[in-house]
Design a protein around this ligand. Structure first.
Ligand SMILES: Cc1cc2nc3c(=O)[nH]c(=O)nc-3n(C[C@H](O)[C@H](O)[C@H](O)COP(=O)(O)OP(=O)(O)OC[C@H]3O[C@@H](n4cnc5c(N)ncnc54)[C@H](O)[C@@H]3O)c2cc1C
Ligand code: FES
Length: 284
């Protein structure tokens, strides 16, 4: 039997992202679509939130995709099959409200596609007609296309450079569907803040219920530190315990966009230190 939090499978998806399959049967047993986990790689390490792409309840496996963004995701990328992750905590956050609403469109952008797969499948299994839209910069950055295709009735792909699917943004495809009069009862989106804001701006005038899963900065994931705070409908909320999903038409995206990069300089320094440490360890 694998050890606690043991990496059972690790696979590069492109130059920036890799897939990670971890043995965590207790989390798998309780995980519901829309919930996330928090990982800590070593004793002094920071905690990073990750979405769950899928779960294998028979084998107790948690499937995730990691995009290397800074220090901790780089450390994680250095682990191999058979290594164990120090802490995997979850499931955290509130699950998606999966009900039979009729016609659902799920929109995933970049590594946000990882957060939309299990939710898309759950809407399908609930008896909805589900359209998926996924987008990335270019063909090699489109992740989990096969999984998304299996999770919905129709899948549209958009790339910024047109190397796969339709050239343009996911919002161009959504605009087209709305323009064609396709019935849409609910839109759920996971991805970069600018993309989710654009989705919300697009659906608002049409009165289409829209839910966004916020990927704010997080530290403790338990509502204690306030790092993930956001304003929804004029009220302060914590994405880790009140979310991560909120009514996208009520989220103050401008505030989140301003706060997103406030630790960027510190993170850059931390990443550079990490590289120097790695070089020293490798005798460089
Ligand atoms: C609910 C939730 C689910 C997530 N799911 C995934 C996932 O499935 N796969 C994945 O790769 N990432 C996911 N993220 C983002 C991931 O947690 C961050 O990329 C990670 O914490 C970065 O850690 P780091 O130490 O490697 O980089 P850092 O050094 O902390 O950051 C590097 C750069 O990324 C930016 N950054 C850090 N955290 C975030 C964030 N939350 N959102 C946007 N930019 C950020 C920083 O401002 C900085 O510019 C999720 C975040 C949340 C809140
Ligand atoms: S991450 Fe600390 S309150 Fe949400």
């Amino acid at each position: 039997m694998p050890g606690k939090n043991e990496i059972i499978h690790k696979e590069d998806l492109n130059s920036e992202s890799f897939r990670l399959c971890v043995y965590a049967p207790e989390i798998v047993r309780k995980h519901l679509p829309g919930q996330f986990v928090i990982l800590r790689v070593h004793e002094d390490g920071e905690r990073i939130p990750l979405s769950v792409v899928g779960t294998d309840s028979e084998k107790g496996l948690l499937d995730m995709v990691v995009q290397v963004a800074g220090k901790t995701t780089r450390l994680l990328s250095g682990l191999s099959r058979g290594d164990s992750i120090l802490d995997v905590v979850g499931p955290l956050g509130r699950p998606t409200g999966i009900t039979k609403v009729g016609n659902v469109v799920t929109v995933g952008g970049g590594v946000g596609i990882a957060g939309v797969v299990k939710i898309t499948r759950a809407f399908l299994e609930e008896g909805n007609t589900v359209t998926g839209i996924i987008g990335a910069r270019s063909r090699d950055m489109v992740i989990l296309e096969r999984e998304m295709r299996a999770a919905c009735h129709t899948l549209h792909v958009a790339t910024d450079d047109g190397s796969a699917g339709k050239k343009g943004f996911v919002t161009d495809i959504l605009r087209g569907l709305i323009g064609d009069g396709q019935p849409i009862d609910e839109v759920l989106t996971v991805g970069p803040l600018v993309m989710m804001k654009a989705v919300a701006d697009l659906t608002r005038p049409h009165g289409i219920r829209t839910v966004a899963s916020l990927n704010t900065l997080m530290v403790d994931g338990t509502g204690m530190c306030g790092c993930c705070r956001c304003t929804v409908d004029g009220q302060m909320k914590f994405a880790c315990v009140d979310g991560p999903e909120f009514d996208a038409h009520k989220i103050d995206f401008e505030e989140l966009l301003r706060r997103q990069y406030m630790y960027a300089d510190l993170e850059k320094t931390s990443c550079e230190t990490c590289r120097i440490e790695e070089n020293l360890q490798n005798g460089g």
